[in-house]
Design a protein around this ligand. Structure first.
Ligand code: UDP
Length: 464
């Protein structure tokens, strides 16, 4: 253990919550395994280092040679779709990252390796090579969706992509159980860029010294076997990250967190539907109103996260009249943000209506909470199909079919009728997630292998 303390791992997360959260948890796992950790973070969307005193943080500033403003803070950037934004992010930070990594590695301390988010792609590879350290990647999505990304060239050759509306319900026989509508794409003005980002990500994973996955073997065995032969690099399935230790739960709670917990404490066991579409997805005002009425008509208590920016083109709750809010507040609670890990673990929560982001999916599985799946884009669609058809841990509520009547029907089927063996399946998955982190469980064994691997790539190519 002492020996490892002198060894540092440098981590480079993508600056979005769904990517930063698992990276910081992975940093905690490395730290508990005896490594020191430095997080290189973009000046865009920076975290608060005081929340993580055990790590060293270094801010990478955007390349402002000859230009004063951060390109990511410009109005044009805020109007971009996610694909265009990721292109800009990667362009903006490529050179500053290289400089920052060089400065860190040249600092005299032994650096074992770089762990970068897989979405940074091959961009980080040359920089790591230049300073003589190995690069591992963290995949913050599930293995099944990565299989679909890895199949992009084939999907294109076979004309599944770009998606045609007339083929939405067709099965993709090469990626069972996915249908064409489940393929991980998103609306963008730069479709070619989407292909580039995905291909670059897959290439970057293939040329890495190993891939760390926030998933567990029991959950995704067939996809992982497929990836093993496709990627040909060591794979470490050490998830679910957030369950490695209770210390990953925040020790301080905000006033709003207390209010939410007090409200949940007053509800009956398994009676509440928790609704959240994560940190990035947005919806139309019309959809927002259907959700509001569907929740109200279901007569179930609900906790609904309406983060600012959730409803396209509006501020917060403008669409709902005061009368409506008063009307629903007897049954439901609308908040801007919650501590989701705590909410899902609360005994009052009976279902999670989710956009099926990978973190949300895993967090729900770990608490045995059945899901209502309304995927919005990219891997969420794959996750939703697996939740419903493979893991049988939820039901689908497609966005295109999301009217108040359907919403009410689906909520009642999950919360009152408890689906078709849904609760039992969810409890099974909860147990399996627990077992994989037990002493001889698969994730614990992979973690041991990962530590050995990091130390071995360090001695093969270590910059000191
Ligand atoms: N989250 C949270 N409070 C909220 C909504 C989300 O803490 O009110 C957290 C959630 O626990 C998860 C992350 O934000 O860890 C969202 O990641 P996910 O992959 O589910 O979706 P994304 O935001 O990337 O679309």
């Amino acid at each position: 253990m002492e020996e490892r303390k002198e060894r540092r791992i440098i981590m480079f997360p993508l600056p979005f919550l769904g990517h930063f959260n698992p990276m910081i948890k992975l940093a905690g796992i490395f730290h508990r395994s005896g490594f020191s950790v430095t997080i290189l973070h973009t000046s865009f969307n920076p975290p608060d280092p005081s929340l993580y005193p055990e790590f060293t943080f270094r801010t990478i500033h955007h390349n402002n040679e000859g230009e004063e403003e951060d390109p990511l803070a410009q109005p044009e950037a805020s109007g971009m779709d996610l694909v265009a934004f990721i292109r800009l992010l990667r362009q903006t930070y490529a050179e500053p990252f290289r400089e920052s990594l060089t400065a860190q590695v040249g600092g005299g301390e032994k650096v074992c390796c770089l762990v970068s988010d897989v979405v940074w792609g091959k961009n980080t590879e040359d920089a790591a090579e230049e300073v003589g350290i190995r690069r591992m990647v963290l995949s913050t999505s599930g293995a099944a969706s990565f299989c679909a990304y890895a199949a992009y060239p084939l999907l294109r050759d076979k004309h599944y992509l770009p998606i045609q509306d007339s083929r939405l319900d067709e099965p993709v026989t090469e990626l069972t159980p996915l249908k064409v509508k489940d393929l991980p794409v998103m609306e963008t003005n730069e479709p070619e860029e989407l292909f580039r980002v995905v291909n670059n990500m897959v290439k970057g994973a293939k040329s890495s010294s190993g891939i760390i996955w926030n998933t567990f073997e029991d959950l995704e065995r067939p996809s992982l076997m497929a990836l093993n032969s496709e990627l040909q690099v060591p794979i470490f399935l050490i998830g679910p990250f957030h369950k490695h230790t209770d210390s990953f739960l925040p020790t301080t709670k905000s006033k709003e967190d207390h209010v939410t917990t007090d409200w949940l404490d007053k509800q009956d066991p398994k009676s509440v539907i928790y609704v959240s579409f994560g940190s990035l997805a947005d919806i139309e005002e019309k959809e927002f109103l259907e959700i509001a009425w569907g929740l109200r008509n279901s007569q179930r208590p609900f906790l609904w996260v309406v983060r600012p920016g959730l409803v396209r083109g509006t501020e917060w709750l403008e669409s709902l009249s005061r009368e409506f809010i008063d009307n629903i507040s007897r049954k439901g609670k609308i908040v801007k943000w919650v501590n989701q890990l705590e909410v899902l673990a609360h005994p009052a929560v009976g279902a999670f209506w989710t956009h099926c982001g990978w973190n949300s999916t895993l967090e729900s599985i770990c608490e045995g909470v059945p899901m209502i799946c309304t995927p919005c884009f990219t891997d969420q669609r794959v996750n939703a199909r697996y939740i419903v058809d493979v893991w049988q841990a939820g039901v689908m509520l497609e966005r295109s079919k999301m009217d108040r009547k359907e919403i009410e029907k689906v909520i009642r089927s999950v919360i009152i009728e408890e689906g078709d063996g849904l609760t039992e399946m969810c409890l099974k998955w909860k147990e399996r997630a627990k077992v994989c982190l037990s002493k001889d469980g698969s994730s614990s064994r992979y973690l041991e292998k990962l530590v050995t691997h990091v130390l071995s790539i360090d001695s093969n190519a270590c910059a000191s």
